[in-house]
Design a protein around this ligand. Structure first.
Ligand code: COA
Length: 202
């Protein structure tokens, strides 16, 4: 029987799945679980704070009821940064002290990001929303990414958010091609990553 694919809102109980999917797509779209001593670190930066702050801005793709992908984000990157500084990063920073300079592990890189905090890029201020989208291989290439971007854009529009941006690693050309196919334009190239954006209102 063909597996049943559905897109649904985030529900209480989905948080563990978000952490898992995040690390399983963290290595430029591929599974990075084995690269981390603590595989929850990527999700602690790139996924969990968004749903703790604003669970309505998260949609899941499920195969036969199992979460296999998500889109999540914020309609206001500046407010998100402020909330993270007050309500999210302090306890994580206490739990994960700043690593020594010589530590070149993936864990150390994530912990340094957690200490730096989320930094909205000034070039992207006209695109106040931002998002992250990650699908496990079982749901890729079936139009789900396009569907999630469209539904998430509608959610942002319904809140009056005029435009949304995202960052993508240069090591992930497939994702860059995807964003260009689903209506994003290249806003800037930075060391190691690119910014894409999409206007939501006409
Ligand atoms: C990138 C990702 C979100 C795309 O979602 P998807 O469901 O596989 O993409 P879709 O099937 O909706 O494809 C939409 C369009 O993008 C194109 N596309 C998708 N992935 C592509 C790729 N790797 N290379 C080239 N084009 C791609 C499709 O061909 C399609 O084009 P069409 O409408 O002209 O046919 C998904 O593959 C993914 O999550 N990958 C791993 C994690 C990741 O890289 N996340 C992004 C981090 S910034």
């Amino acid at each position: 029987m063909t597996p049943r694919l559905e897109v649904r809102p985030f529900a209480q109980g989905d948080l563990d799945a978000l952490y898992r999917i995040c690390v399983q797509t963290m290595d430029a779209g591929h599974d990075a679980t084995a690269l981390f001593a603590d595989p929850q670190l990527p999700g602690a930066f790139y996924a969990a704070p968004y749903v703790v702050k604003d669970p309505a801005l998260c949609l899941l793709a499920c195969l036969d009821g199992q979460p296999c992908g998500y889109v999540l984000g914020t309609d206001d990157s500046v407010a998100f940064r402020e909330w993270c500084e007050v309500s999210w990063f302090p306890s994580l920073r206490r739990r994960h002290p700043m690593p020594v300079e010589q530590d070149s592990s993936r864990d150390a890189a994530m912990i340094r990001l957690i200490h730096a905090g989320y930094q909205p890029h000034p070039d992207l201020a006209a695109y106040p929303g931002h998002l992250h989208i990650d699908l496990l291989p079982c749901t890729q290439g079936r139009g789900v990414g396009r569907q999630l971007i469209s539904a998430f854009s509608d959610l942002l529009r319904s809140r009056g958010c005029p435009a949304v941006h995202l960052g993508v690693s240069e090591a992930n050309p497939g994702a860059c091609a995807f964003y260009e196919k689903v209506g994003f334009e290249l806003l800037g190239k930075y060391p190691g990553w690119r910014a894409y954006g999409r206007i939501l209102v006409s």
